[in-house]
Design a protein around this ligand. Structure first.
Ligand code: BG6
Length: 255
């Protein structure tokens, strides 16, 4: 804590917390865009944050991405927390296996010595397929559990970067571009004002479910994500932000 003060991180945390109307902001020193170690530190801070807010018998929904992979890597055992269940927040978003929420979920649970359940649905479903798959008893049961989550942990991405990284169909790509999307979180693309300009059609947690979640922990860093973080924060759905120094400073300039 003393180190944080010396680095001015506490100032960044309190100022951002106030300006973004969040319950908590955690800033780690450095730049995760350029240092894998800083990304790991964000992962560690996020893992600790999960533990601090977790309650017994809770369902924790997790999204995918490389930042969440760092959280999984730094995850710590649940300790005294009883009966915690980890689930992926949403179905496939077109990511490679290592970035998928299912993969991250299993890893986090393993490190935490907790239980997990995985959601096996294909990516980018058609409307008809979507409507029939959510009626499958096993899926239906799991979807209910996912939507009962009291904690959600997710990354935030730059819209263009995410659309390119995922196997985004051409017409969706155009929609994202035309809508001037700057930020992305769990398959939702936001413009600067925080309005949704596109969502990936998939099962699981939907944006409107977030208001029922006690702790929505967003974890994202690097100057390249400042605009994306700001856009998403305009939705006012997150309660906690875990970020790094350069993103925090850039965010403050933008606010
Ligand atoms: C995705 C999440 O998997 O990862 C998104 O669903 C997030 O919420 C994205 O935007 C961020 O990825 P990364 O690799 O930059 O952490």
């Amino acid at each position: 804590e003393m180190m944080k003060d010396v680095l001015g991180l506490t100032f960044l945390e309190t100022t951002l917390k106030e300006k973004l109307h969040l319950d908590e902001v955690i800033v780690v020193s450095g730049d995760s865009d350029h240092s894998p170690l800083v990304k790991k530190e964000m992962g560690r801070a996020c893992a600790q944050c999960i533990m601090n807010h977790l309650q017994d018998d809770e369902v924790v929904a997790v999204a995918g991405g490389t930042t969440l992979a760092a959280v999984a890597e730094m995850m710590i055992p649940l300790g005294h927390h009883r009966n915690v269940l980890f689930v992926p927040a949403r179905g496939g978003l077109g990511e490679n296996v290592e970035n998928q929420a299912n993969t991250i979920c299993a890893k986090i649970a393993e490190r935490a010595h907790g239980k997990y359940r995985l959601l096996h649905v294909p990516d980018q479903l058609s409307k008809e397929a979507y409507e029939s798959i959510i009626e499958e008893p096993e899926i239906k049961d799991l979807l209910k559990i996912i939507r009962s989550a009291k904690m959600l942990v997710h990354g935030i991405g730059d819209a263009q970067t995410m659309a390119e990284r995922r196997k985004t169909p051409k017409e969706d790509f155009e929609k994202i571009k035309k809508g001037n999307a700057v930020g992305e979180a769990f398959g939702y693309y936001f413009n600067q004002k925080g309005e949704v300009v596109h969502k990936v059609q998939t099962v699981g947690m939907q944006l409107e479910d977030l208001k029922n979640i006690r702790n929505v922990i967003a974890v994202a860093g690097g100057a390249s994500k400042a605009k994306a973080i700001k856009a998403y924060m305009n939705q006012s759905l997150a309660t906690i932000l875990v970020t790094d120094e350069v993103a925090a400073k850039e965010l403050l300039r933008e606010l």
